[in-house]
Design a protein around this ligand. Structure first.
Ligand SMILES: *Cc1c(COP(=O)(O)O)cnc(C)c1O
Length: 394
């Protein structure tokens, strides 16, 4: 699918929709329907045979959802987009589409907790094994690729330590062996990082986060080559059934329009808070990939427009001190998830990463003193005032 608009800021608003097709409606109409009527039995036959374009049933396609799929494909510079009922529905549909029993998946060390859980289930049920790699060098990745490796699965920035992986480098090694690279781009959004432009093959999102941006939708998206996503649409999406509802697609189209403005503000706020946190005596370490002090800063400069809205930091103290810091907050919200207008703060070792065995968790750098903050859109001075008093009162 050819992109119609040159600039991202225009594409987020216009791509995939023409009001002329919809009675002039400026906003994309919400097609809240489960099924579509055929004019004749023969038309139904042609639709099912794929000889005539048109909608059949909303699990197979819906006009509101289709606009979102075209828009995200344009934003990620891919051929086709596909919408799912959650980020995990996207992750599972893509991973299942790329593997069969006894295959192997090579992953970045540091994965979203439920992706970790999914891989464990795939191993138990289908003997699909996996290995983790820091993916710092080509040699390290080559050494872990097996004859049965059918997928390389990467998250960058890695939650919650904000380690970065050089996507261009990973794609080059993977393609020596013809292995596709899948990237979970949730933390960056396509405004900051576009893995397909760096040579990766499939990009996916928990649209629940920055793409929705308003904390009111759980949804997932994937973008890649048309042939591959056509296959996913007709197999692991259609038959497992984790589809997106038309209302959620409508809300995401609305959220997307302000994505560049929101992300710039999330980044501005994160940069300011990072500067304050690193100088606070109760803070032992701060993880934010936008500064010379971060070992992956050169990768950030190479592949991300800005540093993003997430910061993690370690309290100089104990697990109880970290929990007390959260309890001391006056208006900032204690919650998992990220990318919302509200600043959200959470304790990974007892919340998002509680399911990860302690040993793996510590290997991933997730100590009991670690706190993750998703910078919201509030005035940064107010965010800092609340954080500062919570730290000072430890
Ligand atoms: C939230 C998240 C997911 C899962 O998405 P859901 O929409 O909650 O199913 C996957 N990957 C990352 C990086 C996430 O932050």
């Amino acid at each position: 699918m050819a992109k119609k608009h040159k600039h991202f800021e225009t594409s987020v608003i216009h791509e995939g929709y023409d009001s002329k097709d919809m009675l002039g409606s400026l906003a994309t109409p919400l097609f809240q329907t489960s099924t579509y009527t055929f004019e004749t039995a023969e038309q139904g036959e042609r639709r099912f045979a794929g000889e005539e374009e048109g909608y059949i049933y909303s699990r197979l396609g819906n006009p509101t959802v289709s606009v979102l799929e075209e828009r995200i494909a344009a934003l990620e510079s891919g051929e086709r987009g596909l919408a799912f009922g959650s980020g995990m529905a996207a992750v599972s549909a893509i991973l299942i589409a790329l593997t069969k029993a006894n295959d192997h998946v090579l992953c970045s060390s540091g994965l979203y907790g439920c992706t970790f859980g999914l891989l464990a289930m795939m191993e138990e049920k289908f003997n699909i094994s996996h290995d983790f790699s820091a993916m710092e060098t080509k040699e390290e990745i080559r050494a872990l690729i097996k004859p049965e490796t059918t997928c390389i699965y990467v998250e960058t920035p890695i939650n919650p330590t904000m380690k970065l992986i050089d996507l261009e480098m990973v794609a080059e090694v993977a393609h020596e062996k013809g292995i596709p690279v899948v990237v979970d781009n949730t933390f960056s959004s396509p405004y900051l990082q576009r893995p397909l432009e760096l040579g990766c093959d499939v990009v996916l999102h928990s649209a629940t986060k920055y793409i929705g941006g308003h904390g009111d939708v759980v949804a997932g998206l994937a973008v890649g080559k048309k042939d591959f996503l056509d296959k996913v649409a007709m197999t692991t999406l259609k038959d497992i059934g984790g589809i997106m509802s038309p209302l959620d697609a409508w809300l995401l189209l609305r959220g997307l329009k302000t994505l560049p403005i929101r992300i710039d503000r999330h980044c501005d706020n994160a940069e300011k808070i990072f500067g304050k946190l690193r100088n606070h005596p109760k803070v032992a370490r701060v993880f934010y990939p936008n500064d010379e002090s971060h070992p992956d800063f050169p990768i950030r400069q190479k592949q991300m427009k800005r540093g993003g809205g997430l910061i993690s930091f370690e309290i100089d103290g104990t697990k109880q001190d970290a929990q007390r810091m959260l309890n001391n907050l006056k208006f900032l919200k204690i919650a998992v998830s990220l990318g919302d207008a509200e600043t959200l703060i959470q304790h990974p070792s007892t919340m998002t990463h509680a399911v990860v065995p302690e040993e793996s968790r510590l290997e991933m750098g997730i100590t009991d003193q670690l706190i993750r903050l998703s910078a919201g859109l509030e005035a940064w001075e107010d965010i800092w005032e609340d954080l500062e008093q919570a730290l000072n009162n430890l």
